[in-house]
Structures are given as structure tokens and as C-alpha cells.
Design a protein around this ligand. Sequence first.
Ligand code: PPE
Length: 303
Amino acid sequence: MIKSEKIWMNGELIDWNDAKIHIMSHVIHYGSSTFEGIRCYETPKGSAILFLDEHIRRLKDSSKIYRIEIPYSETELKDACIATIKANGHKACYIRPLVYRGPGALGVNPHLAAIEVAIATWEWGTYLGEDVLETGVDVRVSSWNRLAPNTMPSMAKAGGNYLNSQLIKMEALMDGYAEGLTLDVNGYVAEGSGENIFVIRDKVIYTPMVAQSILPGFTRGAVMHIAKELGYEVRETLISREALYIADEIFLTGTAAEITPVRSVDKYPIGEEKRGPITEAIQHEYLKIVHTGEDPYNWLTFI
Ligand code: PPE
């Protein structure tokens, strides 16, 4: 990871190396944090943040689920994201707003712990490896399931949820795959450790439903929108594991992963084992918006 100069912490921009928390912070012991991952792109019209309003709203929603009241308004948080990018002089970067329960109380009851907020930015290239936006990645179905409903809320992007993601990711990497795909508690396809999934067969595009314990991603939303604009039918539905093996195309979506084609699942080749034509068409539209700054849907905030 490439360090930046400044981190915004509780209202102030401070040096990266000084952005520290106490070991007795509640979050360290119990995973009590909520966070976001946002990308800022360099365009010929200036730097632009993708889905800034939506990400900050999701940060508020995730926090509400955990009864965390963020001591800043959405406008203050958005301004702080922009101030951090400017302080670090980035043209393009990844933005990580983080809300956590700090010091003041231990024990499971979190209510006496301070609520703290930090925003870091750094330069982050492709998420699942070099050139993968074109060549695609090899993935496996994880031996770990996604969170079961009514255990941990998956609509909250909370630190603790990513213990499940870490198990999935480590298992996949140790076995030589770029990513692991999870099934939900009923055995239907859910998502990757840090991405949503789309499956294409006979020109129809399928994606799991939000209630299947997935994070409702904004890249997922963007892809559904673009696909419909391009004239494709998109169905949010249950997808069985074996439907992956006989798909024409599969791709993963996320802020970090953008739109990454899948070339094999559990060593079953998918399509021609490279980016398929529908994936390419959708990816092209998405990357065109974020790289040219031509923004027909108002997804970008220029800074
Ligand atoms: N599911 C999960 C579990 C997830 O973490 C992400 C984002 C998504 C779906 C896609 O959501 P969206 O970014 O709104 O399209 N994963 C973020 C974290 C990656 C990380 O390693 O940290 C991301 O892509 O930024």
C-alpha cells in the first residue's frame, strides 16, 4: 500500500503516521466499525468521485443498524472526503471513511465507547490482479457460506462482516484462485468476498437478490442500469451453484474490482475463458463514464 500524507481524523487533517487509536478501543476487541470504499477517478474534466452521496448514505445506514450515531452530517462527511483528497494531492484514489467505537468502555455493551470517524485516501490500482479486467480471473466456490439472515446484518458494511470475507479470500488464494464465491445459507449463489456477481446465459443477465445476505453494491446498481440501457433483460433471482458452471459469461462487480470477468469457476471453463461480449459491452460503458467524466446519469461528483 502506498502511504499518503494526511488522514482526516475526528475533524482534523493529521499526518498519516499520527493517525493512531488506543489498544483498548472497542473496535479492536469486538469489530465494532462501519466503513465505505469509494473511488475517485481522474478524468479530462478533473477528478471525480463515483457515487459519493450513495456511499455516505450507506455509511449512515450501516451505522444506524448498529445504533452508532455519527457525530457529523452527510455534508460534513462528503466535504471531509474531498478535503482529504485535496490534502493528499491525489488525482485518482480510493477513499476509506471509517466509523468505529473507540475507547471508554469494554465489555460487549458498546454504548459508553466514544464514536470516532476517520477518512483515509490512497492510490489503489486493480483489485484482483494486473490485466484482469481483460483476461478475467479464476475463482472457486468457497467452503464457507455467506452470513445467514438474522445473524449478522449484511446490508451493513461493518468491520466484523469481513472476518467471513477474510476466510473466503485466504482459502481462495491458498488454493491458487483470485477470489472465492460464496453460497448463501440455502446453497444459492450470493457474492464474492468483496464483490457482487452477475451470471449470463442466452443473453439474459442474472444476479442474486439483496435479501440473500449480500451487500447491495453501487457497482451492481450501475451495471443493472447500463445493462437495461443496452437492451438486456436483468433478473434478480436465485442462482444455483451449477448454473455457474454452464454460464456463457460471469463477472464480478465492486468499487475496488470494478467489472472483472471470471474465466473459470472450480476449474470449469466459462465461455471462451476470457472476457465475453456482454461483459465487455457493459464494462466499456462503465469505464467510459468514469474515465471520460461524460456522466449521463449523474453518478460523479467533480472536486
Ligand atoms: N459485496 C461485498 C462483500 C463487498 O465488500 C463489496 C465492496 C461489494 C459487494 C460491492 O459493493 P460496491 O463497492 O458498492 O459496488 N467491497 C469493497 C471493499 C474491498 C476491500 O477489500 O476492502 C470495495 O470494492 O471497495
